[in-house]
Write a protein that binds this ligand. Sequence first.
Ligand code: 2AM
Length: 481
Amino acid sequence: MKKNDIGVIGLAVMGENLILNIESKGFSVSIYNRTAQKVSQLLETRARGKNIQGAYSLEEFVDQLERPRKVMLLVKAGDAVEDLINQIIPLLEPGDIIIDGGNSNYLDTIRRTELVESKGLLYIGTGVSGGEEGALRGPSIMPGGSKQAWPHVKPIFQAIAAKVDGSPCCDWVGDNGSGHYVKMIHNGIEYGDIQLICEAYHLMRDLLDMDSGEIASKFAYWNQTDLSSFLIEITADILNYKNENGIYEVDCILDRAGHKGTGIWTGVTALELGVPLTLICESVFSRILSSMKDDRVNASKVITKAAPVFNGDKNAFIDDIGKALLASKIVSYAQGFELLKAASASYGWELDYGSIALMWRGGCIIRSVFLGTIKEAFERDPGLKNLMLALYFRQKLEQSLPSWRRVASTAILNGIPAPAFCSALAYFDGYTCANLPANLLQAMRDYFGAHLYERIDAPRGQFFHTNWTGKGGTTTAAPPS
Ligand code: 2AM
């Protein structure tokens, strides 16, 4: 009997939809799940009559697969992945491939690649983005790990992935944990995009006094511009949605944001690698602050502050908000790609930034026209120092700057928090400032800790120390010997 092209373990919605997507592209699939009942359930319902075979033990499952076996795990990140890898390793043969398609931490994937390879097997950790709908109709897929495994899974992955202008939103990312790393950065960028949209909404709602339907029409308009993206599109849909009582549903939702942790992971790696990822980090903190609902309600009663007042030209300010959104988004992606570069250097991944932009161009949550422009920028100049310097983005930033400053300052003057708009602008102003006040900072570090400093009139790398208290104070540290 002919064996199956691939096996999938884990029958939650993502798993089920991905299985149906794979089968629809002409591949045969074996399925297995810890709770066996789900296997028979799927076979009797959505998988009925399809080229999908159930297995009720891991041994039976492995035996159904064509060699080299491709075993894809779509189970909860963490212990479930760990346990299954350990259970399945003894059942596989050299050259067989284990694929983790969940949201695993890239450090786990680095470790697991090494473990699995040490057993003569191959490992892939792949990001899969696009939610349940994407899994069924074409997700963005970001695989990394054992490079020798790629030719075996490439035909399947590229067949099921989303396509943009005929190109699949899936390509080999790099060694060990790079696929999951790129997926993590995707999620971080998603946090930033969402936060920017929420700040734009907040300004229109609380400063310009617009109702949800009016705000929806602005997002619908922006979706026809450079801002065109899945998240802007769904924002217009959400804001327009009225419930059975004729009330905008969004106005009934409690303002406490949840998160699953990938934003925090992104912030941690940015700090570790020394990359100023300010906008995404502010977005993570904003979610955390939002979750402190009771504290905020209490503080809003205890501390007095003036209510927002807007006396300007409303339409002109809405136009400003659109420009601030685009400029801040450019900063967010510039920071995200800076982080990818730092990680690539640190982990030796040799990431291809144009290819990553293409993988995110369709299928995933951050899909947008904008990512096509990023892809072109990296194609034109693979060594691009910072995305903000590419001609298109530079021009957009310059054109948006007065609007961006008006939005940030108006938000501050009216007490409407806009941390993503403001931190993006601060980063932009810092990055484009030839002379920061870090000369004073270095002097202080030298004063209290003899940390030394470089001088503007001496070559870089030559360090100086001053006995600062020689002309007054009482103590100064000695330079390190
Ligand atoms: P279950 O249906 O038996 O709960 C998402 O939770 C998927 O991960 C489900 O298919 C679930 O199986 C599976 N899963 C969660 N924890 C697991 C574990 N420790 N071992 C195997 N599968 C697990």
